[in-house]
Design a binder for this molecule. Structure first.
Ligand code: NAD
Length: 296
């Protein structure tokens, strides 16, 4: 069993760290927020005094931080220097492809093994250990990371070289954002055309309009009882996080000259939804924006 430094044990990283404890690993946790740290310590992790002290005592360093700037500051500001020469570095945060590549290259230049390994699945999957990891990095680093990630997820997939895990994540979520909007607007149109929502679901979910957005997170309450739409769009995948991923996708597309008109439209609609107070509701709640104001 390994000694694992978990840097960032918030909503996602907390559940992930606890699954590593359950798998028998020694977890050295650090977070700037005391409450986040207390949760994992209560579950069997050890609190470290700093990110560097955790990293210096670990075989594996896992970061789960908000965004690229935090990740870059953490590695360049101390983790690279503190890491043991044979340590494995795993960044599970969702960040921009360019930063992930830069950090992968910086690690390689220091002789350190590093992968970018963003996740699909929200806090429920993090707690249950059923995340999907999309991993970018050298084959040997992937092979070393695989058993560690498998303790926190149901699928661990090698996407290619440094940054390709992040590329897979944002391309996947660009599809997700666009299909959710398309699904939501189709339900609104069906409703206005006098078609019952359950009947439309029964037809479209078995026809070519079917997608994960329809069959797992159906934006109207009823057809999929576990979908956030049945809980007034609470829980699930926050629209603010969808917007973050769409921004990353559009930035990356600009960087390589790719045309992403649907992704760009999805970004502007989620921006509008977030500006109108939807940030913390599930991303399927965008159906409210598309439906428009209730007639007085
Ligand atoms: P969060 O804000 O709950 O957790 C981030 C944690 O990092 C916080 O506890 C914060 O205190 C800590 N932190 C920030 N800077 C730090 C530093 N320098 N050193 C130590 N700790 C530091 O966010 P989250 O929901 O856990 O998301 C983490 C990452 O996972 C993000 O990149 C997010 O996009 C991605 N993600 C989230 C979800 C989700 O459903 N929440 C799903 C998939 C991916």
């Amino acid at each position: 069993m390994a000694s694992i430094a978990c840097i960032g044990v918030g909503n996602m990283g907390g559940g992930m760290a606890l699954n590593l404890v359950k798998a028998g690993h020694r977890v050295l946790a650090f977070d700037l927020a005391a409450a986040a740290l207390e949760r994992v310590v209560a579950g069997g992790a050890e609190a470290a005094a700093s990110a560097q002290s955790a990293a210096g005592a670990a075989d594996v360093i896992i970061t789960m931080l908000p965004a690229g700037a935090h990740v870059r500051a953490a590695y360049e500001g101390g983790l690279f220097a503190a890491a043991r020469p044979d340590a494995l570095l795993i960044d599970c945060s969702t960040i921009d492809v360019a930063t992930a590549r830069t950090l992968g290259e910086a690690a390689a230049a220091r002789g350190l093994a590093m992968v970018d390994a963003p996740v699909s699945g929200g806090t429920a999957a993090a707690d249950a250990g059923t995340l999907t990891f999309m991993v970018g990095g050298p084959a040997a680093a992937f092979a070393a990371a695989q058993p560690i990630l498998a303790a926190m997820g149901k699928a661990v997939i090698h996407a290619g070289g440094p940054g390709t895990g992040q590329a897979a994540k944002i391309c996947n979520n660009m599809i997700l954002g666009a299909t959710m909007i398309a699904t939501a607007e189709a339900f609104v149109l069906a409703e206005k055309l006098g078609l019952d929502a359950q009947t439309f679901f029964d037809i479209s979910s078995k026809a070519s309009g079917q997608s994960w957005s329809m069959t797992s997170y159906c934006p109207v309450p009823g057809p999929v009882p576990t979908a956030p739409s049945n809980r007034d769009y609470q829980g699930g995948f926050a629209a603010a996080l969808m917007l973050k991923d769409l921004k990353l996708a559009c930035e990356a597309a600009q960087g390589v000259g790719a045309s992403v008109p649907m992704g760009a439209e999805a970004e502007s609609l989620y921006q509008l939804f977030v500006n109108n107070g939807g940030a913390f509701t599930d991303f399927s709640g965008i159906i409210r924006l598309l439906r428009g104001p209730d007639p007085a």
